[in-house]
Design a protein around this ligand. Structure first.
Ligand SMILES: Cc1ncc(C[n+]2csc(CCOP(=O)(O)OP(=O)(O)O)c2C)c(N)n1
Ligand SMILES: [Mg+2]
Length: 651
C-alpha cells in the first residue's frame, strides 16, 4: 500500500526551494505527520511491512483539531492509510501498541496521540515499559502553545525555572529519542530521527515527538518528497570475525556450557538457528521471560526457565556452568537470580547482543551482532565440536524430571479451591499450540515462566521487563490485533484487573476476540507471599474491609464482583467453579467467535508453585522490633552471602 497524496484541499503546487523548482504541498503539521507515517515501511530479509499499523488516540483540546483532524481527513480521504483506534486510557493504548510491536518482532508498531497534560503524562508508564523491553512505539504527546500567546493554557505546568519546560519533558529519560517540534520546519528532521531509532534493533524503545497544540494546526508548504514511500531497512549486524574467534576459544574450552536465550532470539527470528546450533553442539538452553519459546518446551535440550522463577533443571545447570552463552538477553536480576545463579568461580560469559550495552555485561566476550547471524557464525566456527554425551544426557534427565514436576503441579487436585498451577495447566491444555498466553504482573508471570509448556516462539507473551500491572488486557488487545489468526489467552489477577481493565471496551468496540482468564484470589498473592517471606506478614496485600475492632484491613473479604464488572462493559462472562468446570468453560470460550469473553475462576492464594531453588534479592529491614522481620533478615543475610557482585572471572 502506498501513501495517498490526493485530494486534500491543499493541492500539490509548484514552489521554489533553494533555487530549484520543488513541488510542495500545503498541509498542517499534523496532516504532514499522518501522511508521513502512513508512507513508512520496514524491511528485513527482503520482506516489507507497514511500519505503522495505525494510530491509537484519545482526543482533548490538545490534539482534537490537530492530529485528530488529520486522522479524520486520512480516514475519509485515504482509507486504510493510518487507521484510527479509540482507546479508554492513554497508558493502556501504549501497552497495546507495544504488545503489537512485540508480536511483530519489532518490524511494525502503532503511533499514539494524546491530548496535553494528563492525557500525555498518562503515557509515561507505557513509555518506560517500551524502553525497558526494547520495543518500538511512537508517542505523539500534545504540548503547550509554541507561541505562548494564551499561556498558561488549561493543564499547563508553569515552571518558574523556565517557560520552555512542560510536563512532556518527563518523557526525555524514558524515550530513546525525544524531540519537540516548536516550528513546522523542524518536523522532517524529527520524523527521520524518530524512524531511525524505532527501526534500529539496538536503540529501539519509546520514541516521542511532542507536538505543541498550535503547531499541530499550523500550515506549511512541504516538499512532496517528504511523503514518498520510505523503506527502513532493519539491519542484521554481522559479528566481527575477530570477536567470533574470541568467543569460539572460550566455548571450545567449555565442559558445561549453558545458553541463556533472551528476547533477542525471538525478535531476530533466530529460533531455528538456535535449534540447529544447539543440536550440533549439545549445549542446553535455558530461557528468560522474554526468551521463553526460543525452543519448544519438549526439545531434548530445553531446560526451560532460568533464574529466580526458573526450573530446577536450569537452576542446577546454571549453578555449575563454566561458560554461559547469553543470546539477546540483558541479564535482569530475575535471570541471574540476583547474581547468585552462576556459582562456578571460573564461569565465563559470551554475550551475543545487538546492543553493546548488553554485550559487555559480566565482563563477557561480546559479539555485537544479530542473534541469527551470530549463531550461524558460531555454528560454522564450532563445526565438529560438541559437549560430552554425558552432559547432554544430564540436561535431558533434568528436563524430564522438571516436566514431571509440572505435570504434578497441573493436576494437584487442591480443595476446596484449585491452585493457580492447575488453572495454568487447564489453559495450557485448552489453548492450541500457536495460541498466545499474555500476562505481566502478580504471581502468574513467575508460575507461567516455570510451568507453561511453550510450543511456538510467539506463544508466550509475558511482559516482565517492567512487569506492569494493567498491561494484561491492553497488551492482549495489541497481541490480538497483531495476530488475528491466533487465539489470545489473557491471564489477569484481580489486582491487575482492578488497576486497568477498561480496554475490554475497546475489544468489544472492535469485535476483537480475547479470552480473559480472571484469577480471583482477593488480593496480591505474589506480594503477599513475598511479604511473608520477608517478615512483613502479608501487610496490605489482601482486599479486606477495615475491621471496626482492630482498626486494621483484616475484616471480611470485600464483596467485589469483577465478573459483573466485565459483564457491565459488554463482555461475555462465565464463572467457572473448579478445574473441570474451568476446562469446559474455556473450551466454550475458545469457540466464541468475536469480541472478548471473560472466564472468572477463584483460586487459593496460599498454594505456591514448585520451587526454583533459587533466590531474588529484596532487602529486609536491618533492624526491627518485629520477630518476623528479624528472622527474615537472618535468612536474607545467608542468601546474600552467595551473591557475586562481579560475575566475570577474567577481564
Ligand atoms: C503498576 C504496578 N504497581 C505495583 C506493582 C507491584 N506489584 C506486583 S504484583 C502486585 C499484585 C498483583 O495482584 P494480582 O493481579 O491480584 O495478582 P496476584 O499477586 O494475586 O497473583 C503488585 C502490587 C506492579 N508490578 N505494577
Ligand atoms: Mg490477586
Amino acid at each position: 500500500m502506498s501513501a495517498q497524496r490526493e485530494p486534500s484541499e491543499a493541492r500539490p503546487r509548484g514552489g521554489r526551494a533553494g533555487g530549484t523548482a520543488t513541488e510542495t504541498e500545503r498541509l498542517t503539521v499534523a496532516q504532514a505527520t499522518v501522511r508521513f507515517l502512513a508512507a513508512q515501511r520496514s524491511e528485513r530479509d527482503g520482506v516489507r511491512h507497514q511500519l505503522f499499523a495505525g494510530c491509537f488516540g484519545i482526543f482533548g483540546h490538545g490534539n482534537v483539531a490537530g492530529v485528530g483532524q488529520a486522522l479524520l481527513e486520512a480516514e475519509l480521504l485515504s482509507p486504510g492509510a493510518l487507521p484510527y483506534h479509540q482507546a479508554r486510557n492513554e497508558q493502556a493504548m501504549v501497552h497495546a501498541a507495544v504488545a503489537y510491536a512485540r508480536m511483530r518482532n519489532r518490524l511494525s508498531t502503532l503511533a499514539c496521540t494524546a491530548s496535553i497534560g494528563p492525557g500525555s503524562t498518562n503515557m509515561l508508564t507505557g513509555a518506560a515499559l517500551a524502553t525497558v523491553n526494547r520495543l518500538p512505539v511512537l508517542l505523539l504527546p500534545s504540548d503547550v502553545f509554541a507561541t505562548r500567546v494564551s499561556s498558561p493554557v488549561l493543564q499547563e505546568l508553569e515552571s518558574p525555572a523556565g517557560y520552555d519546560l512542560s510536563v512532556n519533558d518527563a518523557f526525555r529519560p524514558l524515550s530513546r529519542f525525544f524531540d519537540r517540534v516548536w516550528r513546522p520546519e523542524q518536523l522532517p528532521a524529527a520524523l527521520l530521527g524518530a524512524m531511525r531509532v524505532l527501526t534500529d534493533p539496538a536503540e529501539t524503545g519509546a520514541v516521542t515527538i511532542a507536538l505543541p497544540q498550535d503547531v499541530q494546526a499550523e500550515a506549511y508548504d512541504w516538499p512532496v518528497e517528504l511523503f514518498a514511500e520510505r523503506i527502513w531497512h532493519v539491519p542484521r549486524p554481522v559479528p566481527e570475525p575477530a570477536a567470533v574467534a574470541r568467543a569460539v576459544e572460550v566455548l571450545r574450552s567449555a565442559r558445561r556450557p549453558l545458553v541463556v536465550a533472551g528476547g533477542g532470539v525471538i525478535y531476530a527470528e533466530a529460533t531455528e538457528a538456535l535449534r540447529a546450533f544447539v543440536e550440533a553442539t549439545g549445549i542446553p538452553v535455558a530461557e528468560t521471560q522474554a526468551g521463553k519459546g526460543s525452543l519448544p518446551y519438549d526439545h531434548p535440550l530445553s531446560v526451560g526457565a532460568v533464574g529466580s522463577t526458573g526450573t530446577i533443571a536450569a537452576t542446577a545447570l546454571a549453578r555449575d556452568a563454566d561458560v554461559v552463552l547469553g543470546i539477546g538477553t540483558r541479564y535482569s536480576d530475575f535471570t541471574t537470580a540476583s547474581r547468585t545463579a552462576f556459582a562456578d568461580p571460573g564461569v565465563r560469559f559470551v554475550n551475543v547482543n545487538v546492543a553493546g550495552m548488553d554485550a559487555v555485561k559480566h565482563a563477557g566476550v561480546g559479539l555485537v551482532a544479530d542473534a541469527r547471524e551470530a549463531l550461524a557464525a558460531l555454528g560454522d566456527a564450532l563445526a565438529g565440536w560438541s559437549v560430552d554425551q554425558s552432559y547432554r544426557d544430564e540436561a535431558r534427565r533434568l528436563a524430564a524430571e522438571w516436566d514431571e514436576t509440572v505435570q504434578r503441579a497441573y493436576t494437584l487436585g487442591h480443595r476446596p479451591l484449585p491452585a493457580q498451577s492447575e488453572v495454568i495447566g487447564v489453559v495450557n491444555e485448552v489453548s492450541a499450540p500457536r495460541d498466545v498466553v499474555v500476562c505481566a504482573a502478580g504471581s502468574m508471570p513467575g508460575d507461567l515462566h516455570k510451568l507453561w509448556r511453550t510450543r511456538d516462539p510467539k506463544g508466550y507473551h509475558v511482559e516482565y521487563g517492567y512487569s506492569c500491572m494493567g498491561y494484561e488486557i491492553a497488551g492482549g488487545l495489541g497481541v490480538a490485533m497483531a495476530c488475528p489468526d491466533r487465539d489470545v489467552f489473557v491471564m489477569v489477577g484481580d489486582g491487575s484487573y482492578l488497576m486497568m481493565a477498561q480496554e475490554l471496551v475497546t475489544a468489544v468496540q472492535e469485535g476483537i476476540k480475547l479470552v480473559v482468564v480472571l484469577v480471583q484470589n482477593h488480593g496480591f498473592a505474589s506480594i503477599g507471599e513475598l511479604s511473608e517471606s520477608l517478615g512483613s506478614q502479608r501487610f496490605g496485600t489482601r482486599y479486606r474491609y477495615r475491621d471496626a475492632t482492630s482498626g486494621r484491613l483484616d475484616g471480611d473479604v470485600l464483596p467485589v464482583d469483577l465478573a459483573a464488572n466485565a459483564e457491565s462493559l459488554g463482555v461475555r462472562v462465565m464463572r467457572a467453579d473448579g478445574v473441570a468446570d474451568l476446562r469446559a468453560k474455556l473450551a466454550e470460550a475458545k469457540r466464541h467467535s468475536a469480541g472478548p469473553v471473560l472466564v472468572q475462576v477463584e483460586t487459593d492464594p496460599l498454594v505456591p508453585a514448585p520451587s526454583s531453588e533459587s533466590w531474588w534479592d529484596v532487602p529486609v529491614a536491618e533492624v526491627s522490633r518485629l520477630d518476623s522481620t528479624r528472622q527474615a533478615r537472618k535468612s536474607y543475610e545467608a542468601s546474600k552471602a552467595g551473591q557475586r557482585p562481579y560475575l566475570g572471572s577474567r577481564g
